[in-house]
Design a protein around this ligand. Structure first.
Ligand code: SF4
Ligand code: SF4
Length: 527
């Protein structure tokens, strides 16, 4: 049995005693309890769930999760559960009550199944959009995960590294804190940005750019950070970053049900509130949703929170932003769950893409609130990488069918997630972040392409000079060999060598003749 199964299903001791750990239902908001009862079991969610689409397991359907949770709750809480647990009630009475009221004692194995099903969900919110009973499912799943974690049944073993990393290093990628600003030094060296972004604590700015862990640490996603910096510089925005003082937004902890997210939220809120900023912007949809929607549940924010695309769309509307350079590309757009369904940020990205000359947007059949999740969020990628891979491939297939050359999104998590599908399918699609299109139109070129071209030209120039040098050296040698003076000198050397050789051979022949003469004389004397 795996550690995961062991942990979820309980220790041997607990099993032998027939005990299951109690889920602290009293921590669940009354609203959630009402919502659990509001499910009509209509099954509409089944038709839309992107995880069920790839893994047709009955237990992962929202209505099944609701039924299973209620079963656990009824078995552990309430008047009947108390009677069934009481040592003062006889076994025969318990048996009678159990039959009469259909009381079912849930086992470790049943709780284990429920926990695995609860975490096989990307918290994409699609079920919430289609639910006729308007059940606030994403918050419901997150609250249930919190109960599960407090009863020590979750998260899954494979998700624990993410949690531990956030707590130990302030980022989910197990990278040292000091490495958070490494991307900027590297980008400057590679000539992708002119200067490293200014620290907001040193040079007060009115806009804080919250870069987020994925764009800061994942080298494959650095285009998000690089392009955002170039855009803000091109537009002369008075902004700054937190540099090494930036910490994870805590989204990972919240989505997986770790109660420590509250501490991280409070620490970040106090830091942000103390900066005297007007606006916080982020190019990460996950960070944006967490700071905008989840932080205010903990403490009040004294600034506005916007996704970078919304900030740019506003500048466009205020005529402070004009796209002059064409970007001749056919693209399709993937709405990130956290910007789209969660905060209804559907228009800003499309407004921007439509304003860029030369750019043609071709939509996938499932777009806006029906955008098919790539599976990167909610801890699903860590818990069920195979399912995430298949979900990403499904979305990439849909993107390929539009005939686009680029798949665009505005979230580093989606960037990573969709790239899994592009690689797995060997797709022709090029993954791009929205910031890359904006920067290209503002600057008139793609900084990565320009830097790569310059590096290629530099390498070619170096190789050319080296070849020239080698050729010159060879030529010099050949020329020297062919000059009359050199030819004469070489001939002299050769004849000298030949003369010495002849002298040595004559000397050897003379000595040999003398030896043979002495030998003959000796033999004659003996005779
Ligand atoms: S949130 Fe998304 S993945 Fe989770 S159950 Fe609902 S539709 Fe399925
Ligand atoms: S769509 Fe809503 S009401 Fe219908 S089964 Fe799913 S969760 Fe229940």
């Amino acid at each position: 049995m795996s550690t995961e199964s062991r942990e979820i299903q309980g220790t041997q001791e607990e099993k032998e005693e027939g005990k299951v750990r109690e889920i602290p239902l009293h921590n669940l908001d009354m609203r959630r309890l009402i919502q659990l009862d509001a499910c009509t079991r209509c099954g509409e969610c089944l038709l839309w769930c992107p995880v069920y689409d790839q893994d047709e397991k009955e237990g992962i359907i929202p209505r099944r999760k609701v039924i299973d949770f209620l079963k656990i709750a009824r078995s552990q809480q309430g008047f009947l559960a108390k009677i069934m647990k009481s040592e003062r009630v006889s076994k025969s009475l318990k048996s009678l009550l159990g039959t009469l009221f259909r009381h079912h004692e849930v086992s470790h194995a049943e709780i284990g199944d429920f926990v695995r099903n609860l975490y096989e969900c990307s918290t994409c919110g699609q079920c919430e959009v289609v639910c006729p009973a308007h059940i606030d499912t994403v918050n419901l799943w997150e609250d249930l995960r919190r109960l599960i974690v407090s009863a020590d049944y979750g998260p899954l073993e494979s998700q624990k590294a993410l949690e531990k990393s956030v707590k130990a290093y302030d980022n989910p990628w197990q990278q040292p804190r000091a490495g958070r600003t490494k991307w900027a030094r590297r980008a400057k060296k590679d000539k992708l940005i002119q200067d490293e972004p200014r620290n907001i604590k040193k040079k007060k700015g009115k806009v804080l750019l919250f870069l987020g862990c994925t764009a800061s640490y994942d080298a494959n996603v650095r285009q998000v950070a690089v392009n955002t910096i170039n855009i803000l510089n091109a537009l002369d925005i008075d902004y700054g970053v937190l540099g090494k003082d930036e910490r994870c937004c805590g989204s990972v902890l919240l989505r997986m049900g770790d109660p420590e997210h509250g501490r991280l939220f409070r620490e970040n809120i106090r830091q942000f509130n103390g900066l005297g900023i007007d606006t916080l912007i982020s190019s990460c949809s996950g960070c944006f949703k967490t700071i905008k929607q989840d932080y205010p549940k903990v403490e009040t924010l004294n600034f506005e929170v916007m996704h970078t695309v919304e900030f740019l769309a506003r500048l466009l509307e205020q005529e402070k932003l004009t796209f002059l350079n064409p970007v001749e590309k056919v693209v399709t757009y993937h709405d990130p769950c956290h910007l789209g369904r969660a905060t209804r940020g559907f228009d800003a990205p499309r407004t921007i893409m439509n304003a860029i000359p030369g750019l043609r947007l071709t939509e996938m059949p499932r777009n806006r609130e029906y955008s098919r999740c790539c599976g990167a969020g909610g801890g699903l990628k860590a818990g069920y990488p195979d399912i995430q891979n298949r979900m990403a491939q499904r979305r990439v297939r849909e993107a390929e069918e539009t005939g686009a050359e680029c798949l665009v999104s505005c979230c580093p998590f989606c960037f990573q997630g969709l790239n899994v599908g592009i690689m797995a399918r060997g797709s022709h699609l090029l993954m791009k972040d929205m910031s890359s299109l904006v920067a290209e139109s503002l600057l008139g070129y793609d900084v990565f392409e320009k830097a790569a071209k310059e590096a290629e030209e530099k390498a070619a120039e170096k190789a050319r000079k080296k070849a020239e040098k080698r050729e010159a050296a060879e030529k010099k040698e050949t020329t020297e060999c062919k000059s009359p003076e050199k030819v004469g000198k070489n001939a002299e050397k050769d004849s000298e060598k030949a003369k010495k050789k002849a002298e040595r051979e004559a000397e050897r022949a003379k000595k040999k003749a003398e030896r043979e003469a002495r030998k003959k004389a000796k033999e004659e004397a003996v005779a």
